[in-house]
Design a protein around this ligand. Structure first.
Ligand SMILES: Cc1ncc(COP(=O)(O)O)c(C=O)c1O
Length: 445
């Protein structure tokens, strides 16, 4: 009984579906005008990173993510009967939001089952866009099982957000657009969670321009596709919290895993620190707000994982921009700290009038911005007229940070600098370059 409920006939491990270019082309025509043909323009960061980087701006979709493409295609292919009964999904992310928007536009009833641990703003967004939200289960597995049960009982079509064949075909429209927008592209870098985005893009791009290299990018905390390729079978991974929550899928799709072998050249794993830095640089250099999942291709280039693409034309798919303000502010701080632009230290100064002013004058003279300055008197060793100041300040980078360290060392006797090991683009990266087969994956060291 349980197995029966759990079976999604569109994503059946015993009967994976072949995804064909012709169906992707048809999907791309079908959804034209209902989703945005997003720009794919040259990045300002190209010169700095030593390749011609083009950014495919999927975060510009109405709901902030490429997921609209697959959803729209699936909804437009429903039979009259399916439209009447409606559709159902289990998701707490971009898939649910895209479904809510397009189902409402097309007048199709949509139910989304969201697990209890989902963010309140996502739940509100789905409801606002017209979905019926059911909160059920402690995690996405329990939510999915509940949704499958309702789908069978109420004859609603269950739409898997990363594995339904029509979803994969819709995402493939991005591949067609990229080849049209940049016919001489050498490589496309695609974020990977459950695999619909890369599978669709790879099939389309390899059909239209077979020598295009396709790389899947994920983080060290979202390795389901990497492990599946290593073991040559879909396995279930426990996934912790991650800055790239859009990629947090415990088990990759049946159809995606079946179809991507042979069209994807390699999976590349980048560390989360670099994702924070990529979010920061996409804002600073390009003025783009991109979520963690969408920033992984740029993160991988910044981390030095693509020495083989120097001087080449490389498209990074910026898949989404739905990042909450809390995560955004943390990502920016982490990114700045990782680049030596946020420095933290403790220094003991004289606690008589003017002691603290001397420290501030010294910092002002070097041209740093003081973010935080907290005095500590109780646990300080030495004489009672000393105060330990914990300082956090913004600098222009490593050289500027070194200048502060030298000045503090010169003017004060007691000080402590936090984790000042420099991590530059040069010494980041990997010992194994992202060479093509036989090794299907490449981990950042
Ligand atoms: C912003 C973003 N990027 C990438 C992905 C990964 O897509 P896929 O699961 O098709 O691999 C997702 C999935 O939800 C996403 O929301």
């Amino acid at each position: 009984m349980h197995d029966d409920i759990d079976l999604d006939e569109n994503c059946d491990p015993n009967n994976p579906r072949k995804i064909r270019y012709d169906d992707i082309l048809a999907a791309s025509r079908r959804i034209m005008g209902s989703v945005i043909r997003t720009p794919c323009t040259k990045a300002h960061m190209s010169e700095k990173l030593g390749m011609e980087i083009y950014l495919k701006q999927e975060f510009l979709q109405y709901t902030g993510c490429f997921k609209e493409r697959g959803v729209r295609n699936t909804l437009m292919l429903l039979t009259e009967e399916q439209k009447k009964y409606g559709v159902i999904a289990a998701s707490s992310g971009n898939h649910a939001i895209a479904m809510s928007y397009h189902a409402t536009q097309l007048g199709v009833p949509f139910v989304v089952v969201i697990p209890a641990n989902a963010a309140v703003n996502k739940i509100n967004k789905c409801e606002k866009l017209g979905a019926k939200v059911i909160m059920h289960g402690a995690n996405i597995f329990e939510a999915r099982l509940h949704a499958m049960g309702i789908s069978k009982e109420k004859k609603m079509l269950y739409v898997n957000g990363y594995d339904h064949p029509n979803v994969i075909e819709g995402q493939g429209s991005i591949g067609i657009e990229i080849i049209e927008q940049l016919p001489s592209v050498d490589a496309i870098l695609v974020p990977v969670g459950g695999g619909s985005l890369i599978t669709g893009i790879a099939i389309a791009a390899k059909h239209l321009k077979p020598d295009t290299e396709i790389y899947g990018i994920t983080t060290d905390k979202t390795c389901s596709m990497v492990e599946a390729l290593r073991k040559n079978e879909r396995i279930k991974l426990e996934i912790d919290t991650t800055i790239a929550d859009g990629l947090a899928v415990n088990m990759v799709g049946v159809n995606t895993f079946y179809n991507l072998k042979g069209v994807v050249d390699k999976m590349i794993v980048v560390k989360e620190d670099w994702v924070a830095r990529a979010i920061l640089h996409l804002i600073e250099d390009e003025r783009y707000l991109v979520e963690g999942a969408g920033a992984v291709p740029v993160a991988a280039i910044m981390a030095g994982l693509f020495p083989n693409l120097k001087g080449k034309k490389v498209v990074c798919v910026l898949s989404g921009g739905n990042i909450g303000t809390t995560v955004l502010s943390r990502a920016l701080e982490r990114g700045m700290a990782a680049e030596g632009r946020l420095v933290k230290f403790k220094v003991t100064v004289n606690d008589r009038p003017g002691g603290m002013a001397d420290l501030c004058a010294l910092l002002a003279g070097i041209g740093v911005t003081v973010r935080d300055c907290i005095p500590e008197r109780a646990w300080v060793k030495g004489d009672v007229f000393s105060v330990e100041i914990r300082v956090i300040c913004e600098t222009r980078g490593w050289d500027h940070t070194k200048e502060i360290m030298e000045q503090i060392k010169k003017h004060f006797k007691e000080y402590f600098f936090q984790d000042m090991s420099e991590r530059t683009d040069k010494n980041a990266g990997t010992r194994r370059g992202p060479c093509l087969a036989p090794n299907p994956v490449c981990m950042q060291k």
